[in-house]
Design a protein around this ligand. Structure first.
Ligand code: NAD
Length: 254
């Protein structure tokens, strides 16, 4: 798909991978709608990319629907969705005192990361399916979701996060199959350790330990490297139904 002139929605576009994606898509000529819970940061990114910021909770049906309508009204219907909104709480099944962790705490990541992504995909796909096909492949739209290497190698204390990201990765193929008839491609990027505000919660030594487990290059990935992959996947119409690791060959230790 030619990104130039398209409308794109980036959830979680106020920070980190989403912010870099909003910048890269705008640079490639897209009009970008930034959906995020963080009003201030979303507004700042929107101003920078000449886009539109809409406050929304991706996991809330009404909030997400209103946000899509707001972007549609101001920028036109989106042919590109990049779902970056996410949280990484990290919860153990039982606390150090042996008690079961509260269910609400254990299911927060599933709500935002998995249900939020499903919610974003369903609304984006419905809008895309109503558009005219664009090219010889009859392509109508492109969806990119964001999992994590934790989908495959979750660490101790990542039960909730790994479950949510495993779900995001697993839905890639069934979604691509379902939406094929409508000319909508679905791919998922599974990043390793990326240098974003999400990593700020880790102490220096903990971060260094994880960096040391990278094979090559021995550093965190950059948000710009993620964004460059998003732009490539959007442009490359033969990419469909894939979960793509972007991780410097890291395999997370237990
Ligand atoms: N940084 C990493 O190392 C890494 C690795 C693998 C996967 N990921 C995934 O990449 C995605 C982006 O993460 P990041 O590193 O850029 O983190 P980040 O914290 O910098 O950005 C996440 C953004 O999502 C927004 N958000 C959170 N909950 C939301 C909700 N309910 N509705 C709307 N917006 C919401 C936040 O306000 C924030 O702007 C996440 O899904 C994360 O799990 C990150």
């Amino acid at each position: 798909m030619d990104v130039n002139g398209q409308t794109a929605i980036v959830t979680g576009g106020a920070s980190g991978l989403g912010e870099a994606t909003a910048r890269a898509l705008a640079q490639a000529g897209a009009r970008v709608g930034i959906l995020d819970t963080n009003e201030e940061l979303a507004g700042r990114v929107a101003a920078r990319v000449d886009g539109v910021a809409v406050v929304c909770d991706v996991a809330d049906s009404a909030s997400r629907e209103a946000a899509v309508a707001a972007v549609r009204e101001r920028l036109g219907p989106a042919r590109i969705l990049v779902a970056c909104a996410g949280i990484a709480p990290g919860t153990r099944l039982t606390g150090r005192d042996g008690r079961a962790s509260p269910l609400e705490r254990l299911t927060r990541a599933v709500r935002v990361n998995l249900i939020g992504t499903i919610n974003s995909c369903r609304l984006a796909a419905a809008d895309m399916a109503a558009l005219e096909p664009m090219d010889d492949d009859n392509e109508r739209g492109c969806i990119i979701t964001t999992a994590s290497v934790a989908a495959f190698e979750g660490q101790i204390g990542q039960l909730d996060y790994a479950a949510s990201k495993g779900g995001v990765a697993a839905m890639t193929l069934p979604l691509a199959r379902e939406l094929a008839a409508k000319g909508i491609r679905v791919n998922c990027i599974a990043p390793g350790l990326m240098d974003t505000p999400m990593m700020d919660g880790l102490s220096g030594p903990a971060k260094q330990f994880l960096v040391d487990t990278s094979v090559y290059p021995g550093r965190l990935g950059s948000a710009d490297e993620y964004a460059a992959l998003v732009v490539h996947v959007t442009r490359n119409s033969f990419m469909n139904g894939s979960v793509i690791r972007l991780d410097g060959a890291i395999r997370m230790p237990p």
